[in-house]
Design a protein around this ligand. Structure first.
Ligand code: FES
Length: 102
């Protein structure tokens, strides 16, 4: 479903949107869009407010780091954030209502 305009999420930034009653963080990593659950699996930090470096995000609360492509922690298989399919249609960013299968 459409959640934002491309211009709403400039490269190197992220923004949270409510999609089907869930808060989803949409990331623009140098022009590539990703969507993850906005809630960090550690203690609930808002991932859209994290630091983006390449195709990873670091949680702003305690610095757990996740890969944007699959939601897995960069340090190992300790925790995973759910990911959602994203596509850009013209100037609109669309996000799936349901997470990708684990
Ligand atoms: S809440 Fe994200 S690292 Fe602790």
């Amino acid at each position: 479903m459409p959640v934002a305009r491309v211009a709403d999420v400039p490269p190197g930034t992220a923004k949270a949107f409510v999609v089907a009653d869930r808060e989803i963080a949409v990331f623009n990593a140098d022009g590539a869009f990703y969507a993850l659950d906005n809630t960090c699996p550690h203690q609930g930090g808002p991932l859209a407010e994290g630091w983006i470096e390449g195709a990873t995000v670091t949680c702003p609360w305690h610095a757990w780091c996740f890969k944007l492509a699959d939601g897995k922690m960069t340090l190992g298989d300790y925790a995973t954030v759910e990911t959602f399919d994203v596509r850009v249609e013209g100037e609109t960013v669309c996000v799936s209502r349901t997470p990708r299968p684990a």
